[in-house]
Design a protein around this ligand. Structure first.
Ligand SMILES: *Cc1c(COP(=O)(O)O)cnc(C)c1O
Length: 334
């Protein structure tokens, strides 16, 4: 496999830091916890989509596109990073936003990621829930193509085999850091949604024969569906890289016990995780993804699934700008 043969445009500040979390480790009394800071990828408040966009935007440029189009939930971090990448590369960006939560607060609808989409010059249109959003997007793209525009469409979350290459690269980056820092890591944990992050990571880890279990904490789909989605994308990614079959079905593990009321809707343990990380390590999590991942990490430590004597790396996938869209969830004293 040779990642360097795929076109790539530099958008992220890499390598992102890998740091210990001594106060959180002490607080929970279990394994030594480290954090991989993909919230610090640098592009318009950062996050995991920036690594995927390095490969997706390069492919758009190779195809001669003047516009990129994508879709996501109202407070989509992926839409915001795509809008930022397009601005930086001088391309137009059009976004379809899906009302997946039914939240009617002004901050949810216009602040956070939505504000940044606007500031980066993206045009937006809205859809109700329960539609096939990738099909909606392709229909809009087709109309624009008939008008003579060259449009490159990016699926939700940037999760196809091209986008997943960004997380193959992240797996290599982490393994290199583990070697440089002399860290023997027992587990890697992160939030999993549209599957590209986990699919890329597991492909990279398996291609390097790393033997470090990867656990995705789900934010939407039930376990069977989430694992099937990740595995299907990992197979495509491995094939694209020329190492087909490197990932086995059993390598793909998701725990979906921390989804709470639904996608984009925080549970009590989601909000608790935000406060624990903010107060013990000054790390800001987001209520849609990273805090659900962290809630899973915290609970699995409390239950003894991750134990003293082990070392766990939590991959922070970003999203904290979304907090400003969720002010209704926090009781700030007046
Ligand atoms: C998109 C996203 C995820 C999930 O990554 P996928 O590749 O979609 O599974 C996790 N955290 C944040 C902050 C995200 O924006």
């Amino acid at each position: 496999m040779n990642l360097a043969k795929f076109p790539r445009v530099r958008l992220a500040h890499l390598a992102t830091p890998l740091e210990p979390m001594p106060r959180l480790t002490k607080l929970l009394g279990g394994p030594e916890i480290w954090i991989k800071r993909d919230d610090c990828t640098g592009l318009s408040t950062g996050g995991n989509k920036t690594r995927k966009l390095e490969y997706l935007m390069a492919e758009a440029q190779v195809q001669g596109a003047e516009m990129v189009m994508t879709q996501g939930a109202t407070q989509s971090n992926h839409a915001r990073q795509t809008a930022a990448a397009a601005a930086k590369l001088g391309m137009a960006c059009h976004i379809l936003l899906e009302d997946r939560t039914g939240y009617n607060h002004d901050n949810y609808k216009y602040n956070g990621n939505v504000l940044l989409d606007y500031l980066h010059g993206a045009t937006m249109e809205h859809r109700g829930p329960d539609l096939d959003m990738n099909a909606e997007m392709e229909a809009v793209a087709e109309t624009m193509r008939e008008e003579g525009r060259s449009v490159y469409t990016i699926p939700g979350g940037g999760s196809n085999a091209t986008g997943a290459l960004g997380y193959v690269n992240c797996a290599f980056e982490m393994l290199h850091q583990f070697v440089e820092m002399g860290l023997d890591v027992d587990h890697i944990v992160h939030a999993t949604g549209s599957a590209g992050t986990q699919a890329g990571l597991i492909t990279g880890l398996k291609a390097m024969n790393a033997d470090i279990p990867l656990l995705g904490i789900g934010v939407r789909a039930p376990k069977d569906k989430q694992e099937a989605n990740v595995f299907a994308l990992a197979e495509k990614t491995a094939e694209k890289l020329g190492c087909a079959d490197v990932v086995q079905r059993g390598d793909v593990v998701a725990n979906t016990d921390y989804v709470g009321p639904g996608y984009g809707m925080p549970a009590d343990d989601t909000l608790e995780a935000i406060e624990i990380f903010a107060r013990s390590e000054a790390i800001l999590l987001d209520p849609v993804y990273s805090a659900k991942g962290a809630a899973g990490l915290i609970d699995l430590i409390r239950k003894g699934h991750f134990k003293k004597g082990e070392r766990v790396v939590f991959l922070h996938t970003g999203g904290a700008i979304g907090l400003t869209g969720y002010t209704h969830c926090f009781d700030v004293p007046k």
